[in-house]
Design a protein around this ligand. Sequence first.
Ligand code: BGC
Length: 750
Amino acid sequence: MTNDAPSSRLSLTEQAALTSGASLWYTKAVGDLPALMLTDGPHGVRKQVAGPDQLAILVSEPATCFPPAVAMGCTWDPELVHRVGVALGREARAMGVAVLLGPGINLKRTPLGGRNFEYYAEDPLLTGVLAVEWVRGLQSQGVGASLKHFAVNSQETDRMRISADLDQRSLREMYLRAFQRVVQQAQPWTVMCAYNRINGVYASQNHWLLTEVLRDEWGFGGVVVSDWGAVVDRVAAVRAGLDLAMPGPDEAGDRALVQAVTAGLLDPAALATAADRVLALIDRTGATAQAAATQATATQAGATYDAEAHHALAREVASAAIVLLKNEGDLLPLPQSGASIAVIGEYARTPRYQGGGSSQINPTRLDNALAEITALTSAPVRFAAGYRIGGTVDETLAAQAVAAARESDVAVVFAGTAADTEGLDLQTLDLPADQIALIERVAAANPKTVVVLCNGAVVLTRAWDRAVPALVEGWLLGQAGGGALADVLFGRINPSGRLAETIPVRLADHPSYLDFPGEAGHVRYGEGIHVGYRGFDAREQEVAYPFGFGLSYTTFGYGQATASIVDGGIEVRVPVSNTGARDGREVVQVYASLPGSRVRRAVRELKGFASVTIPAGQTVEVGIHIPRSDLAYWDPRLCRWLVEGGAYRLAVGASSRDPRTSVTVEVDGDATRVPLTADSTLAEWMSDPKGAELLGQVFAAADHGQIPSPAADPQILALLGSVPLGRLGALPGSPLDTAAIEELTAAANS
Ligand code: BGC
């Protein structure tokens, strides 16, 4: 920063003070600039009412509880997510909140992740595309986003200390890729660094992560804020590129910064830059101290929102997120008259609609499925709780439920889990045993049984879903989820959600299984790039329901896909027809593979998708553009993204395991060459045209040597191919001495 920078007018002490919060949710007020409120996020505005300094986690002002990210991810609908962002921005403004702490975009690496309900998907493209729109929508209202948790924060176990240990390719291609996309395409005002360590270094003190990658490579220009309590050493954090340590105050830390600068241990420019970035953030919100003093900051002056309209939006999103997993004999949709319904399960009346922890919203109102179902049918509805939430077997409740099912034309069982919360990973993916037993007994009493799931992390279905003809994955759907479920059950809405994560047959099948949750402070990401469906596909493993899957009350047919190169990227086109009798939304998915690739790749990777609503009987020409940069893999030797040239095979279809048409397209690769050195092997030299030519000349000239030319003798290449050239010189009869190798290397790389 130059001397014109605002921080140059501040003393060192003032600069240091600016880089920590004033309280739990506020930054410090400076001069004309007021304190800013940063608050959770992400699926609603959680503004605490009990005073900013108290840990009154569950007491917050009423706000719309939109579907949590687990559900939003299953919409596969960026436009819808954008509208949620806008609505959140309006609510945040109306409540005087300057920065909303979201979106959370960590990958669902393990299905046991306690915060999976706060994250979108097991795939970085789907995550990134949706999060870009969330941030754009929010920030269009003058409210800043906080992209979190940067980075590799995919578990809760030991979350404040654990080191996620992983290789550069997995880090770049899987765990950083969505962050990169959102930073570059949506410019979030802030990024929140994670609690955990990455390859041994705390995210909050990681210069490589916070400065080299985030700012230097990706061009991030905003504020890096710490997760609440993530900073271990304030000096190391500022040195690494952290701007704002939250919460505050942290007077000891502020003093440590001043002392470090005075003692020459911290570059004064690093502290000044952090202070300037915080000042720029405050400035950016347009807030003024005067307005703050009159309780009407610019972020809230005159701002209101329409709670009814937001509730309706929450219902629309929830209905687009519901995934129909099974529907034998077209049991669904249910008729709205003439068929009596047994509604079974406490969750029908007491909705489980969000997870626990910092994202917990106090909803403006709360729909329940029982009331909504009752309102939509003219036929009798019999309710039976069936079980108690918490899992104590209650034979009386179960028997009542079975009787209700027997007396009714159809039974709808609401089953679910209550375990998802920040701070704790799950122990199991099973439904509570009493609920499984109840499902089986109800299904035996009434073959027309539908199960509706309410869960934040996936639950295993294989043990019991064969007993029921219809299965609806209802996730955690926010405050309007009850109405959305009723809409889908009765066919007022045609279900169109698609799984954003695989439902495995068994937990032990999951690619992360052997390397979770780690021990002794380290968790090894042993599956590498094979996260989620990539791992199941690589091992040709059976799954219960694949990534991208979801049924509809209509059917879709695919014509032949075509592909062409446009702007260096790939333009895929495919005609998709609604071949059934109802209007419906299809999520058209494109998965790429590169047979014969020189690097290890997933069998197929999601590279693009489109959400299209198609009227019954009509055909739509769907276009999906895959930017060239999305074809790149991370090359750890060259430390850069690289597009490998070749014939890419694009499978276009309705899930990762349901390709309907495919097309192959030739892509020009990046011109690149790994420099040859004394440490490059004989095989590497021989596979490089220039290297092979030069080496051939050396061997040809040395006709008395005892080692025949590898160019002339394939057996020699097989035997010695893995020997670095530098060490070949030590073998008797080698024509290569140190000087010759130096000459060769210089010539090869010239
Ligand atoms: C969570 C963040 C949250 C912050 C503030 C932390 O414990 O990890 O997601 O934004 O608290 O509540």
